[in-house]
Design a protein around this ligand. Structure first.
Ligand SMILES: C[S@@+](CC[C@H](N)C(=O)[O-])C[C@H]1O[C@@H](n2cnc3c(N)ncnc32)[C@H](O)[C@@H]1O
Length: 234
C-alpha cells in the first residue's frame, strides 16, 4: 500500500467522521476544548488542522481560527464542510504569517507527524504573541516508541504495551484502517528541552484519562498512557 497523508486522506476523513476517533472524542476533545475556551482568545492557529474538525469545534464556540495543513486533500474536505472557514496550505516548518499574530496556537496530534519539529517549534513561537499560549496534544512518547502496539495472549487478552528504544528519535510507518503514515517518536525530554529552550513557560500538563466511552477501552487507555496535553506560555 502506498502511503503518506495525501494517499491516506480518504481513509482518514472516513475514520474521523464528525465526532473524531475514540481517543479524540472520549479523551482529548474535552480537555482541548476546555483549554481553548478557558479565556477569550482573539485569533487562533490550528497547525496541522487536517480535515478541520477541531477548527469547526472552535468556530462553533465563536473562537476565531485559521487552519493550516500541507495535505491539500484534507483541506478540500475542511473547506467543503466549512465554506466560510480559513484553511491554508502550509507546513508547520514555514508558517505564512507575520511574527506575533496569534494568541493561541493549537497542535492537536501533529507533532508526531512533523519531520522537523525543531524548525516547526521555532515557527510556532515566532507567530505567537508575547503571553500567548501554545496548546499541544501529542501521542505519549511511551506509545510512539512502539508502533506494534499491545501484546495479547492467545485468547486476545491485552497483556502489556512494550516500551522500546524510548530515548532515541526515529520514525516508523504505521498502518490502520486504510491509513498509512510516517510517525516520529521522540522522548518526552526532547520536546520539553526544545520548548524550555525557546523561553516558554509550562502552565498546564496532563496525561488525560477517558471521560466517557465503552468500559473496556477506557480500562485500556488507563493502563497505558496514550496522550499528553500541555500548554506553554510565551
Ligand atoms: C494525525 S493528523 C491530525 C489532524 C488534526 N489535527 C486532528 O486532530 O484531527 C496529522 C496532521 O498533520 C498534518 N501534517 C503532516 N506534516 C505536517 C507538517 N509538516 N506541518 C503541519 N502539519 C503536518 C497532516 O497532513 C495531518 O493533517
Amino acid at each position: 500500500m502506498s502511503g503518506g497523508w495525501a494517499n491516506s486522506a480518504g481513509a482518514w476523513i472516513a475514520s474521523m467522521g464528525e465526532r473524531g476517533d475514540w481517543g479524540r472524542e472520549h479523551v482529548l476533545d474535552p480537555i482541548m476544548l476546555g483549554r481553548a475556551s478557558a479565556r477569550r482568545f482573539e485569533r487562533v492557529l490550528d497547525v496541522g488542522c487536517g480535515e478541520g474538525r477541531f477548527c469547526r469545534m472552535l468556530k462553533a464556540r465563536d473562537i476565531p481560527v485559521v487552519g493550516i495543513d500541507p495535505t491539500e486533500e484534507l483541506l478540500v474536505q475542511a473547506r467543503r464542510r466549512d465554506p466560510s472557514g480559513d484553511y491554508q496550505l502550509a507546513k508547520a516548518e514555514a508558517l505564512p504569517f507575520p511574527d506575533g499574530c496569534f494568541d493561541l496556537i493549537v497542535s492537536y496530534l501533529t507533532l508526531i507527524d512533523i519531520a522537523d519539529f525543531r524548525v516547526a517549534m521555532n515557527e510556532m513561537v515566532r507567530v505567537l504573541k508575547p503571553h500567548g499560549a501554545l496548546l499541544i496534544a501529542n501521542l505519549s512518547s511511551f506509545i510512539s516508541c512502539c508502533p506494534m502496539g499491545w501484546i495479547r495472549d492467545s485468547r486476545g487478552r491485552y497483556l502489556h504495551y512494550p516500551v522500546d528504544r524510548y530515548l532515541e528519535e526515529f520514525s516508523e510507518w504505521v498502518e490502520w484502517s486504510g491509513i498509512r503514515i510516517e510517525n516520529w517518536h521522540r522522548p518526552l525530554a526532547s520536546y520539553m528541552r526544545e520548548l524550555l529552550g525557546r523561553g516558554l513557560t509550562l502552565t498546564f500538563f496532563d496525561e488525560p484519562q477517558p471521560q466517557s466511552g465503552d468500559a473496556d477501552r477506557q480500562e485500556r487507555y488507563r493502563r497505558a498512557p496514550w496522550f499528553i496535553v500541555m500548554e506553554w506560555q510565551r
